[in-house]
Design a protein around this ligand. Structure first.
Ligand SMILES: Cc1cc2nc3c(=O)[nH]c(=O)nc-3n(C[C@H](O)[C@H](O)[C@H](O)COP(=O)(O)OP(=O)(O)OC[C@H]3O[C@@H](n4cnc5c(N)ncnc54)[C@H](O)[C@@H]3O)c2cc1C
Length: 490
């Protein structure tokens, strides 16, 4: 079968890219190894509850938000119902050691005012810092429709780390906590996280915060509907094992069952460290392939899914980050669970009363590596490990929040679950991270017809992956053409 474009991976960036290319008139096929499209974000139901897995909330989607035109351009705006998170505290922080709690209200001005009240001696520094974040996040390519795309990527390689930038608040460790807690949402610790990465992720939430009614499942359904309407196809249980190359250009892909599919363009949205395994030797320069293989990955996590006998009013449209001691966040996993920071969110926030709980706690792959081999997920030892971790985490949650005293564990995802769902090495929760000093790959490769997309290209999250789809498709269709289309939607 001859396609114009084959996209490997039906995650958010793969589906976005497929939609943009199908709309340009191309014959498009998306190939996904998992039995269902978008395994990371589609969520699941258990015991009558719907639990989101890889999508809880997004920033920058307010009516005047710079992310909104992309939503409109893709056709998602009219298919999805958004709901706002709590204006007075969309994210809250609790320091376990002291029991102190802090809230981040929605909007840069509100955050400045609130933090200024709590930390008046550094109001000027707070204003400066938030002005810097406001400027940086909205200058992200495709959010700023006139910014120089060539510069993108360089900003996150050089410059200060978030930890260095927050030194100015060293007399106020609680403030450092509040301003670094969103590092849990991109998986790079502040010590090695570029300020601009934190701006891209945290800055969007500072601007405005929304959930989607029906969560990740509704988001995926909308993308699939739009793609089908544009004539694009999706095939699941279709693992690509080889990229086919002839006459120094891409020619198609081979699947695990040996089937060959032809295409003039192939977009790879999988973890870029796995690209070298798909290519025969000599197709791309060894130095480039070595760089891809050695890209630094984000850490992994345990994700707990539980139900509460009591309504979780305190988590209604407001997430809770918990840190053992105040100070710049770390996601160190060489310590007991009780010493790690974590975040809690309620499941299915789009409806009225919420009773489902999701907790995300950093974890190291080594903690589960002994059960990594195929078939070991049924091993008694792995089940017992999951049960033990689940119980410890429920205790930890209840010790921090009395509201969580009546939880029942329904499911626990481990680094192995994350690896199985995305095929990311060591279950890297957000795939390849953007670390200071690391050059993440560019969408265009030296092999004609081969392009890269995915969270490693821009940033993790709905915003980062949609932007990644635009960056890659802009490299194919022309950035000015795509930006012109989006401008027409503004
Ligand atoms: C626990 C968790 C919570 C999150 N919460 C939020 C949130 O609240 N808000 C937010 O905006 N973002 C959130 N994210 C981040 C967001 O989910 C990710 O950034 C995003 O889903 C990544 O999309 P992607 O398309 O780049 O990658 P992926 O979703 O990993 O897509 C790549 C796809 O390629 C497939 N694949 C891999 N190898 C092959 C192969 N050889 N052949 C065929 N298919 C292959 C994989 O199965 C996968 O489906 C969260 C993520 C996690 C894990």
């Amino acid at each position: 079968m001859q396609y114009d474009s084959i996209i490997i991976g039906a995650g958010l960036s793969g589906l976005t890219s497929a939609l943009l290319l199908a709309r340009s008139g191309r014959r498009v096929l998306v190939l996904e190894q998992h039995p269902q499209p978008a395994p990371v974000v589609r969520g699941f139901s258990r015991d009558g509850f719907y639990f989101d897995s890889g999508f809880h909330y997004a920033g920058g989607l307010a009516a005047d938000g710079p992310f909104r035109p992309l939503f409109r351009h893709l056709g998602l705006e009219s298919k999805l119902e958004l709901f706002p998170f709590a204006e007075s505290g969309f994210d809250r922080l609790q320091i376990s050691a002291t029991g102190e709690t802090f809230s981040l209200p929605v909007g840069f001005a509100a955050i400045k005012a609130q933090l200024g009240k709590q930390f008046p001696a550094v109001q000027a520094e707070i204003d400066d810092y938030l002005d810097e974040i406001a400027g940086k996040w909205s200058n992200f390519p495709y959010l700023n429709l006139d910014t120089d795309i060539a510069d993108f990527g360089i900003q996150t390689v050089h410059g200060a780390s978030l930890q260095e930038r927050l030194q100015v608040f060293s007399a106020y460790p609680q403030l450092q906590s509040l301003l670094s807690m969103h590092s849990l949402l991109y998986g790079v610790t502040p010590e090695v996280a570029p300020v601009s990465l934190n701006a891209q992720v945290a800055g969007s939430y500072y601007h405005s915060v929304h959930g989607i009614v029906g969560g990740g499942r509704a988001l995926v359904a909308a993308l699939l509907e739009l793609l089908a309407a544009a004539g694009g196809e999706v095939r699941c249980r279709a693992r690509v094992t080889e990229l086919l190359v002839a006459d120094a250009a891409i020619k198609g892909v081979r699947l695990a069952d040996g089937e060959e599919l032809s295409a003039a363009e192939v977009l790879v949205t999988i973890n870029p460290a796995q690209l070298p395994e798909l290519l025969s030797p000599g197709v791309l320069r060894p130095a480039y392939l070595k760089r891809l293989k050695n890209l630094r990955q984000t850490g992994s996590a345990y994700i707990i899914f539980a139900k509460s006998r009591r309504p979780l009013e305190f988590l209604h449209r407001s997430n809770l980050f918990i840190q053992p001691q105040a100070g710049v966040f770390t996601a160190d996993t060489d310590c007991p669970l009780q010493e790690r920071p974590f975040y809690l969110t309620a499941a299915d926030q789009g409806q009225g009363e919420v009773r489902g709980l999701i907790g995300v706690v950093p974890a190291g792959y080594a903690e589960v590596a002994e059960w990594a081999a195929a078939g070991m997920r049924q091993a008694e030892g792995y089940r017992a490990h999951k049960q033990r971790i689940g119980e410890q985490l429920l205790e930890l949650f209840a010790a921090n929040c009395p509201e969580l005293a009546e939880l029942e564990l329904l499911e626990l995802a481990t680094p192995l679950t994350l690896r199985d769902y995305s095929l990311a090495p060591a279950g890297a929760i957000y795939g390849v991270g953007r670390f200071l000093g690391q050059y993440n790959p560019h969408p265009v490769t030296r092999l004609p017809g081969l392009f890269l997309s995915g969270q490693a290209i821009a940033a993790p999250g709905l915003l980062g992956t949609l932007v990644a789809g635009y960056l890659t498709c802009g490299s194919i269709l022309g950035h000015e053409y795509l930006r012109g289309e989006i401008k027409a939607c503004c």
